[in-house]
Design a protein around this ligand. Sequence first.
Ligand code: PLP
Length: 358
Amino acid sequence: MSSPKLFIPGPIDVSPATYAAMSRTMIGHRGSEFEALYASTQTGLQDLAGTSRPVFLATSSAWGVMEAALRNLASKKVLNLCKGAFSDKWFDVSKKCGLEAEKIQVEWGQPICPDAVRAKLAEGGFDTVTLIHNETSTGCMSDLEAIAKVVKSFPDVMLIVDTVSSFSAVPLKMDEWGIDVLLAGVQKALALPPGLAIFAVSEAAMERAKSMKNRGYYFDFVEFEKNAAANNTPSTPAISLIFGLQHILQTIAEEGIENRFARHRSNNALIHAWAQRHNFQHFAPEGNRSVSLSCFHTPAGFDQSTFIKNLKSKHNFLINGGYGKIKGITFRISNMGNETTATMNELIHAMDDVLATM
Ligand SMILES: *Cc1c(COP(=O)(O)O)cnc(C)c1O
């Protein structure tokens, strides 16, 4: 049997058309053909990010840029907003970079409260905040607009936002909301194979970066800006992935961004309705639930590993059995990327079939 279809929250299912686009004949990256390829990605990415700034392409996973944003912007003290596996780890990464860092830690599954951010920043000394918009480990989405508004009222504080599992699934308005760095990896909501990260940097953040010592080379924001002016990247990029990105952005333009957001909402609602039928409880509170994935408590006495195993062996679909310290006690289902009502219903029928035999 072929590998299972992925309904885990990343990497997610990649369409045959995307693979086909990625298998185009290789080109050199210092030439007009690559420059045209690079340029073709900009409008689509800018629309999704809600920015008129260039959107840079980094050959790395999301963590490359998550770390780079700290190295390019933070010299005083970082405030890491922690609410799950990825956001908690960002606090560790701040310290691993040798930075002074504090955190606001909420219980996993809960959102970040804007007022708590205001109170913490008012203590003073901070120059950078990190936020994970959609905490993929818990299925909880924080109110990015409200938090950005708070951070913006502290003019010397830069806001770095990870939109790895929300980019292209929900509206993002980087410029309007005043986000300084917005980043995403492509293997989540963009439905590409892993290996590429995209990010945009505000003018103020770029000025800050220029004044930072020891930015290194590979992830130097200033190098990215210089090369982007010529539709290029500092070092040899993952060109095949950029072919794939170009294809995905074409499909998004054809579908229409608003239609894409609506499709994510309705696909997500199908999973919510399924969960309600089986009395599965959400891990995140109502009002802060992700629309690109769902995370549920594993009910007492429910044999989650057999459910997931049988779904795979009988129907060749893969869902996820929880991440980090909530592995086993939660399970997660993605509806990111190219899923349709039909494909979500295939998954739902398969899950119902497996549940009926348990
Ligand atoms: C998956 C994920 C990451 C880590 O991405 P990598 O591509 O593995 O570096 C970071 N943040 C969020 C919200 C994620 O879902």
